[in-house]
Write a protein that binds this ligand. Sequence first.
Ligand SMILES: [Zn+2]
Length: 213
Amino acid sequence: MVGINLALASGLHRRYGWPIVSVAAFTSALPDWDGLSILFGGEAYARAHRVWGHNLLVAAGSGAAVAMLAYGLDLRGYFTKIADRFRRGAPASDKLTRARPPAFCFVDLVIWLSVGIISSLSHLAVDLFYSFHAQLTPWPLPLLWPFSDRTWVFPAVAYGDLGATAIFIIEMFCLVRWPARAQFIAWISLSLVAAYIVIRWGLVLNSVPPGYS
Ligand SMILES: [Zn+2]
C-alpha cells in the first residue's frame, strides 16, 4: 500500500494508468522475497530474511528489473489486453483499449524505473521503523550489504501492528468511493501513516528503560 500510495500521490496513474500503480505495489513488497528462505528451515530464514533482499543494492536493482520488464510488457500492449479481458462485455467506450500500444520513450522508461526503485526502497524505509516488539529484539537492516555488515534500525512500531493497516483499509473504501480524488486521498493516507509512526516512535522512546538500544 505504501508503493501504491507513492504512485497515486505522484499522479502518475493519470498518465500511465493502473499498470504503473501495480508495478509500485509489486516492487514495494518485493524485498520480502528473502522471507521465502523459511521454506529451507529456520536457520536459512535467520540468515537470509531481512538481509538478501533488504539492502539498498538488491532492493534498488530488483525494483528496477521488475519495472523495466513491466515497461516492456506495457509497450507490447500486455496490460491493455488484461484489462480488456476483465472488462469483456463492457461498452467499448468503457474499455481501457488503446488504439495501439504506446511507443518507446526514454523519459517514460526512466519514470517507470524510478517508480520501481523508489517503491522497493520504500519497503526498507518502513521496515526500519516496523522493528519493535516488547519481548523480541529489533531486527536491523544491513542496508550496505554485501559491502558492509553495518546495520540500521529505528524500532518504533511493533511487527504486525494494525494501526497503519487500519488507515489503509479505510483508504481503500475512499478510493472506491472517490476514484477521481485518488491523488489527494493518497497524500492524506501517507501523511496519516507517517504521523502514526512518529507518534508510536515517541511512545517507544518514552517507555524503554535507559540503556536500551
Ligand atoms: Zn520486509
